[in-house]
Design a protein around this ligand. Structure first.
Ligand code: F6R
Length: 240
């Protein structure tokens, strides 16, 4: 694991954007694995800025997002499809048909997960997978559990995640209770995994990531098995 500790969130965002921009420059038809949530927003803003200045070109880039709530329509402003459009895709020269997010309005969610996993398998493979980390160590919507499903699947959100995500909804009851998520094995197929952690609330999860155990009770720890894991933390997220 390569660990980069930054002074603050702005520096973390700069570093993350630089690493992704490098991949895009070196491989104009790269495949990016993307995440939603608060943490990657700063990096997305910098990538938009670089694209606006003509420093990077997304015209041949393909993206796969990690997850989506279920059920939710892509027009719902809390959907991850909406989030990606507003925070990145609407501001860069990417072909929207090459941006993939699991369909939160699919009639058959299990079939949608199989379709998504097959599409990942048919692709040339994700070059860099950007990730945030849950306070409980979740990755995507792979929540702590005794057993984890390796591939894209339908899952139920834990109370802790519903609580954490309710800040974005009018009321807690509005948070969907299910999600479609790539599994830990789908994620680990990426050539490089770039994990971002910012703020004191992530300190415990980061501490588990930095100790020597691997456990499904903290799905992020499974990433320690990946041969090219980069963890960027700000000082607040870094255990003392
Ligand atoms: C987002 C995702 C989640 C978040 C995690 C951290 O696509 O899959 O696992 O990365 O919940 O969220 P933030 O960044 O809001 O703290």
């Amino acid at each position: 694991m390569r660990l980069i500790v930054c002074e603050h969130y702005d520096e973390l965002s700069d570093r993350a954007a630089e690493i992704i921009a490098e991949v895009v420059k070196n491989k104009p038809d790269a495949i990016l694995g993307l995440a939603t949530g608060s943490t990657p927003i700063g990096a997305y803003q910098r990538l938009c800025e670089m694209n606006r200045k003509g420093e990077i070109d997304f015209s041949r880039i393909t993206t796969f997002n990690l997850d989506e709530y279920y059920p939710i329509s892509p027009e719902n402003d809390q959907s991850y499809r909406y989030f990606m459009n507003v925070n990145l895709f609407d501001h860069i020269n990417i072909d929207k048909s090459a941006t993939h997010v699991p369909k939160g309005d699919a009639a058959d969610p299990e079939a949608e997960c199989r379709r998504y996993e097959a599409m990942l398998d048919r692709s040339a493979g994700i070059d860099i997978q950007l990730l945030g980390i849950g306070q409980n160590g979740h990755i995507g919507f792979n929540e702590p559990d005794r057993d984890l499903v390796t591939v894209t699947h339908v899952t139920s959100l834990t109370d802790s995640t519903i609580d954490a995500n309710s800040r974005f909804f009018a009321k807690r009851e509005d948070v969907p209770t299910k999600a479609l998520t790539m599994g830990m094995a789908s994620i680990a197929k990426a050539k490089t995994v770039l994990l971002l952690a910012s703020g004191k609330s992530k300190r415990e999860a980061v501490s588990r990531l930095l100790d020597e155990t691997v456990t499904t009770d903290c799905p992020a720890t499974l990433l320690k098995l990946h041969p090219d894991l980069i963890l960027i933390c700000d000082k607040d997220a870094m255990p003392e």
